[in-house]
Every structure is written in C-alpha cells, then in structure tokens.
Design a protein around this ligand. Structure first.
Ligand SMILES: [Fe+2]
Ligand SMILES: [Fe+2]
Length: 329
C-alpha cells in the first residue's frame, strides 16, 4: 500500500500538471474550460474527473477545489493553449502557479503582453495603460524572484512584425541586455522603468497613418518626416498619461538617435544621448532587423549583430553585450 503523502512521479509531470486552487477558482464557476484528472493515490494513477465545458454542480466544484488543495487535481499539458489563454487574461496567476515549466510561462507572457500592448496602441488611454503596466509588473516581479528566468523569456520572440510584437520583442531582448550590463547592481524600480520604456518606445507610431507604417516601397521625403514625428508624439502621449520618469520618456524620445549624430528627432550625438536611449536604440534596431517587415526580410541574428557592430551609430560596449545575450542561447 502506498502512503497517503505519495506524490505523482516525474513521468506524469511530462504530460500533466497540477492545478492549484487559486487557478481553479479563477475559472468559470460551473464549467471548467478543459478536462481535469484526479490522482488516485491507492492505484497511483490519474483518472478522468470532468470534461471540458461539462456542467458541474456546486458540490462537485467544492470537491475539486478541496482536492486541488491536496495536490490531486491535474490537467493535460496538451491543453496548455487553453490554460495559457485563461491565465494570460489574469497574468498575476502565473506568479502563483508552480506547476508550469519556464518555457510555458514565457509563452504566456509573450502572448499576454502582446495582446495588452495591442489594445493600448489601439486606444492609448489611462485605463488601458494601467492594465498594460500591471501586466508588465507581473513580468518584472517574476524576473526579480529569479534573474535567471530571463534566459527563457528572451527566447520567446515573434518572427513577424506588428507594432505590438515589436514592442514585446524589444522588451524581452532589452531586459536581457540591461540585466547583463547591470548585473549585480540591479534595482527593482529601475527594472520596472526600463521594461516600460522598452515596451512603449514606439507608442507614437499609433498616430502615424497605417499606409505609411505598412508601406512596402521606399518612403518619400514627406512620409519619412511624418514617421520621424513618432518619437515626439510618443513622448507627449506618455506625458499626458502622467509618466514622468526620465528613464521611460528618454527611451521613447531618443531611441532613433545615433551616436554619430545621424539619427533623429534632435540629431543628438555621443553623450548627449542618455544611456537608456542608447540601449533602446541598440535593441530597437536589432529587433527590427531580425523580424520580417513589410519592406524588408528578416536578417539572421549574426548578420544583424555584425551590422550593428560595424555602424558608428551604436554604443560598441552595448553591441558586444547584446552579442553575448543573443549568442548565449
Ligand atoms: Fe521608433
Ligand atoms: Fe522600435
């Protein structure tokens, strides 16, 4: 006879994961969106308990909650997309769930932040901004609990371009670069601000006409000038949303500046550009180059890194550190 405290074996965790009561409680009350299984200790096996969308009674629900508190309720990993979709709407659940693999959590962050950012770019108002910020704080809290988690996060990048996808890619790569450059002297508040600056650095693009943003042929002078306004527009929008931190505003304003003075909008050069402005510029260019866009094919990481290191527009130390981040896998 097996003891009552026996825990399901490792093989089982490959195909199923435990669901904690806090997650179950967040599901619709009387219809769970995915199949559940119960671990029967006396036979040491999982048996089907409820089917997806099956109506369950109040008593059944309580029983499932009680059993999940004892670690006996499981869901199939094949249903991860349903689970992820659910959690991504209440991202803070990720912090309470110890049953997900790091790569599964990274996927949830990638999807959730992209959805939130897309909503914000469509509607850049305070309430939507507040939701975006809350979810981003879940990511920085998750990273703060264990800085090595950035390894999985930075691997989850979109390969196709959209404004929201670009913002999320830049955030993941930029945080990895920032954490590498400032290892040992990281502060939680700085991490939050750096992340937000990266995520919304192109906010001003939402006010640039879509036909210019999506143009597959070279832009004419007038269109180029229009695009160049996005740095100021973004900074002003952030200001109107009560963002005052320089570390956030400067990323929006300076990410198109180049050390050799060939950037825009202010044609700053060298140390006139803040360190975070330089960091955002490096990451922004890398993420743009390695993504398929309407007007250009994606380059390989190696060729994008080579282009950055040959340019006099970027901070060489940052490009080297970025190389380390990308090549470290
Ligand atoms: Fe930009
Ligand atoms: Fe950008």
């Amino acid at each position: 006879m097996r003891s009552a405290t026996m825990k399901p074996g490792r093989e089982l965790h490959e195909e199923f994961y435990q669901v904690s009561p806090c997650i179950l409680e967040s599901f619709p009350r009387f219809r769970l969106p995915l199949d559940t299984f119960e671990f029967r200790e006396h036979i040491a096996q999982l048996v089907p308990l409820t089917r997806a969308d099956q109506r369950i009674s109040k008593e059944q629900r309580q029983e499932i909650l009680d059993k999940s508190g004892q670690g006996l309720i499981f869901v199939a990993r094949k249903d991860h997309s349903i689970y992820a979709k659910h959690i991504s709407k209440q991202l803070d659940l990720v912090l309470m769930d110890s049953n997900l693999k790091a790569s599964e959590i990274a996927l949830i962050f990638q999807q959730a932040l992209t959805d939130r950012l897309e909503a914000f770019l469509n509607q850049p108002v305070a309430s939507v901004f507040s939701d975006l910020r809350t979810d981003l704080l879940v990511l920085t809290e998750y990273l703060w609990q264990d800085l090595f988690r950035i390894k999985d996060i930075k691997k989850h990048l979109w390969s196709d371009h959209s404004q929201a996808r670009h913002g999320v890619n830049s955030t993941f790569v930029g945080l990895a670069l920032y954490m590498r450059l400032y290892e040992g002297e990281l502060r939680r508040k700085h991490l939050d601000d750096v992340a937000l600056g990266l995520l919304v650095h192109d906010l001003g693009m939402c006010k640039i006409p879509a036909f210019i943003r999506g143009k597959a042929t070279p832009l004419n002078r007038e269109e180029r000038e229009k695009i160049q306004e996005h740095c100021w527009i973004g900074t002003k929008l952030l200001h109107a949303l009560d963002v005052r931190a320089d570390s956030i505003l400067k990323q929006a304003l300076e990410h198109q500046e180049r050390l050799d003075g060939k950037g825009y909008p202010q044609k700053l050069s060298g140390k006139e550009i803040s360190i975070l402005g330089q960091l955002c510029a490096t990451v922004d260019s890398y993420c743009a180059m390695t993504t398929h866009r309407p007007y250009a094919e994606a380059q390989s990481p190696d060729s994008a890194l080579a282009a950055l290191s040959q340019s006099s527009g970027y901070n060489a130390k940052m490009v080297r550190a970025l190389q380390g981040v990308i090549l470290a896998g």
